[in-house]
Design a protein around this ligand. Structure first.
Ligand SMILES: O=C(CO)COP(=O)(O)O
Length: 254
C-alpha cells in the first residue's frame, strides 16, 4: 500500500536508565548514523527527563533526534513531578512517547489520558508516539485485534493536528525476548493502517507504524521488512549503541 514509501523511524526508549555518563552511548549513536545509515532510517533517542536537555544539546546539528518518554496534558501548573510537553520542546525534544504500557499499567493511564497527552504534544509542536498493545491473556483469548482497535479509537483525536507515530507493542513481548510471528505483526499493522485510513483518510497513510517488543539485531531485519512496519520502538537494545545501530541498519534493506 501507499505507506510503503514511509521512511523507517527507529526510536530508543531508555525507560528509567541512564546517567550523565551515558552520553557516551548517544555520542556513538550520532557517530554511527552516517550518511549511508541516515538514508535508511531516522533515529531518535528518548532518554529519561533528567538527560533530555543535555542530550538534545549534544545531538543538535546531527541527524539524531531526541524525544521524551511521557508528558502531562496541561501546559503548566501544580502537578508535582510531572513534565509538560512545552518543557520537552523547550529542552530541545522533538517528540514524546505517550501511553506506553508501563504508564498504562503502573500509572493507571486510560485511553482518554493518552489522548489528552497526545493533544498536548501537538499543542507544544512535538509529535506523539502513541503506544498500544494487548496482554498475553488478551491475545490468547483471541481479542488482540479488538483490544488494539479500541485503544487506537480512544487514544487518538477525531482529526490529526500534526504528525503522528503509532507504536504497536504487545505487552507480553516487552523485555521478554518473545516476539509475535511475522504473520501476527503483519495482521495487526494492516488492521491499524486500515483503521487510521478509515478515520483520517490520506493522513492515515502518512502515520508511521512502529513495532516494539524485544526488537534485537537478530530479529530486526525480519520485523522491519513486514508491510506497514515503518520502524521500531526499542527498549533494552537501545541502551547499547552497536545494537541500536544494527537495528537501524536492518531497515530499508529489503
Ligand atoms: O517497551 C519497549 C519499548 O518502548 C520494548 O522494550 P524491549 O525492547 O526491552 O522489549
Amino acid at each position: 500500500m501507499a505507506s510503503g514509501h514511509l521512511r523507517h523511524l527507529v526510536a530508543g526508549n531508555w525507560k528509567m536508565n541512564g546517567l550523565k555518563a551515558s552520553t557516551d552511548v548517544l555520542d556513538a549513536v550520532i557517530k554511527g548514523h552516517d550518511a549511508v545509515l541516515a538514508a535508511r532510517a531516522d533515529l531518535m533517542v528518548c532518554p529519561p527527563a533528567t538527560l533530555l536537555a543535555a542530550f538534545a544539546a549534544r545531538a543538535g546539528g546531527s541527524t539524531v533526534a531526541v524525544g521524551a518518554q511521557d508528558c502531562h496534558a496541561a501546559a503548566a501548573g501544580a502537578f508535582t513531578g510531572d513534565i509538560a510537553a512545552e518543557m520537552i520542546a523547550d529542552a530541545g525534544g522533538k517528540a514524546v512517547i505517550v501511553g506506553h504500557s508501563e504508564r498504562r499499567t503502573l500509572h493507571g493511564e486510560s485511553d482518554a489520558d493518552v489522548r489528552a497527552k497526545a493533544e498536548a504534544a501537538w499543542r507544544a509542536g512535538l509529535f506523539p508516539i502513541v503506544c498500544v498493545g494487548e496482554t498475553r491473556a488478551e491475545r490468547d483469548a483471541g481479542h488482540a485485534l479488538a483490544i488494539v482497535a479500541r485503544q487506537i479509537a480512544g487514544s487518538l483525536p477525531d482529526s490529526l493536528p500534526g504528525d503522528l507515530v503509532v507504536a504497536y507493542e504487545p505487552v507480553w513481548a516487552i523485555g521478554t525476548g518473545l516476539t509475535p510471528t511475522v504473520a501476527d505483526v503483519a495482521e495487526m499493522h494492516g488492521a491499524i493502517r486500515r483503521q487510521l485510513v478509515e478515520r483520517y483518510g490520506g493522513a492515515g497513510q502518512a502515520v508511521r507504524l512502529l513495532y516494539g517488543g524485544s526488537v534485537k539485531p537478530s530479529n530486526a531485519a525480519e520485523l522491519m521488512a513486514i508491510a506497514d512496519v515503518n520502524g521500531a520502538l526499542v527498549g533494552g537494545a537501545s541502551l547499547v549503541a552497536d545494537d541500536f545501530l544494527a537495528i537501524a541498519k536492518a531497515c530499508g534493506t529489503s
